[in-house]
Design a binder for this molecule. Structure first.
Ligand SMILES: *Cc1c(COP(=O)(O)O)cnc(C)c1O
Length: 402
């Protein structure tokens, strides 16, 4: 048994569950022996000698150099998230989008091809279709739920399959294991945006995915304070992702990393509460006049309910619904609520209400939007931690305005 208490904790944590890792994994204590994690707001670090500086820069000695790519608070966040996702290593980023861009810059080269689910975050589409395309990387968008569509769109130069499950805002679900098998049979990597479920509810790496990406801005923070992102996976690919971070510098700030660390500590409790309230609201909304359709993967009426049940331990807090009528009706509903915040963010303690067609998915062409199922009468709700009866009463205001 190792003598050092921190070493013993590290060894013990390998066999603990996600709730324990969320609170305990990855702590780096300074000489002050603080209990809560320290923030290190410093751009650079000093060396004992010129020889040590040289060894650090050469990579012969591990340790801090410069906060663009080595900061103890950010590293603590990375180690904790890696433990929770069951990955060898995580790399923190300034945002979810920079985490996605860095993953692609690290893994792909000109002439490569990507298969991407049509139901991904709107800005992710822009990264693939506008920016990566400029450098000779082509993307084909496919129906998330249709395994034969993925199969048929594969090309000899396909390198990456990219998806979100459940998707935003329609809560569509893909079978991660099935797509991981397809990817590996074709020498591709499967990248999963695990933003909606988080490691508290879904572990894509355990299901066979190669890489997980996150917008930490959402549930990992959980209280709508900071922008951040992360990539998690095997050492081999993460070293490449880290190399891009080191050179390009879309770096997570130490303060944000600290906020995310505190967020991770309550993640499992929050995800349980978000999921419980969302399920109650989804079931209730399904029975209301004025609601044409509710999209929530925790409803037995959801077409991929069985897969969601199999690969997730909860259904998360985001649901969407189609109201009777057009865009004007959807806007009337939104404007009539008061407890819900009208904002595009999600994964907050505060419930939020959004009209995807004119906000998060507003930059897509009409065709792309329709193909993704983002209709004019669709409203997305991110269910927060308010009292469920107050949320119901607020949605009743919306219903009355239809
Ligand atoms: C918000 C979001 C992103 C982008 O993350 P940012 O932190 O806003 O850059 C990516 N994927 C999903 C699923 C998101 O919800």
């Amino acid at each position: 048994m190792p003598e050092n208490r921190e070493e013993r904790l590290k060894a013990a944590l390998q066999n603990t569950r996600v709730e324990t890792q969320a609170v305990r994994a990855g702590q780096i204590r300074s000489q002050e022996n603080e209990h809560s994690e320290a923030i290190f707001p410093t751009s650079s670090f000093v060396f004992e000698s010129a020889a040590q500086a040289a060894a650090r820069f050469a990579g012969d000695e591990p340790g801090n150099i410069y906060s663009r790519f080595t900061n103890p608070t950010v590293r603590t966040f990375e180690q904790r998230l890696a433990a929770m996702e069951g990955g060898e290593r995580a790399v923190g980023f300034a945002s979810g989008m920079s985490a996605i861009l860095a993953t692609m810059m690290a893994l792909l080269k000109s002439g490569d091809h990507v298969l991407c689910s049509r139901s991904v975050f709107g800005t992710t589409v822009v990264i693939f279709e506008k920016y990566l395309k400029k450098f000779g990387i082509e993307t084909t968008f496919v129906d998330l739920k249709d395994i034969s569509a993925w199969e048929n769109a594969l090309q000899s130069n396909t390198r990456v399959l990219f998806l979100e499950t459940p998707s935003n805002p329609l809560c569509e679900v893909a079978d991660i294991k099935q797509l991981a098998d397809l990817a590996h049979q074709n020498q591709c990597l499967l990248v999963v945006d695990n933003c909606f479920c988080t490691p508290a509810l879904q572990l894509p790496l355990k299901l066979g995915a190669d890489i997980v990406v996150h917008s930490a801005t959402k549930y990992l923070d959980g209280q709508g304070r900071c922008i951040g992102g992360a990539v998690v996976g095997r050492e081999k690919e993460m070293e490449e992702v880290f190399g891009f971070l080191r050179s390009a510098g879309p770096t997570m700030s130490p303060f944000n990393a600290w906020v995310f660390l505190k967020g991770l500590e309550t993640l499992s409790l929050r995800m349980k509460a978000h999921s419980e309230s969302a399920l109650i609201l989804a079931q209730w909304l399904e029975t209301q006049d004025g609601i044409k359709k509710v999209h929530y993967c925790g409803l037995p009426s959801h077409p991929q309910y069985e897969i969601a049940q199999k690969q997730q331990s909860g259904f998360s807090g985001v649901l969407s619904m189609e109201v009777e009528g057009d865009k004007a009706a959807a806007w009337r509903f939104i404007d009539a609520t008061v407890v819900h915040s009208i904002t595009a963010n999600l994964g907050d303690t505060k419930s939020t209400i959004t009209h995807p067609a004119t906000t998060t998915h507003g930059r897509l062409s009409d065709e792309e939007r329709l193909a993704a199922g983002i209709t004019e009468n669709l409203i997305r709700i991110s269910v927060g931690l308010e009292n469920i009866d107050d949320l119901k009463e607020d949605l009743q205001r919306g219903l009355a305005a239809l």
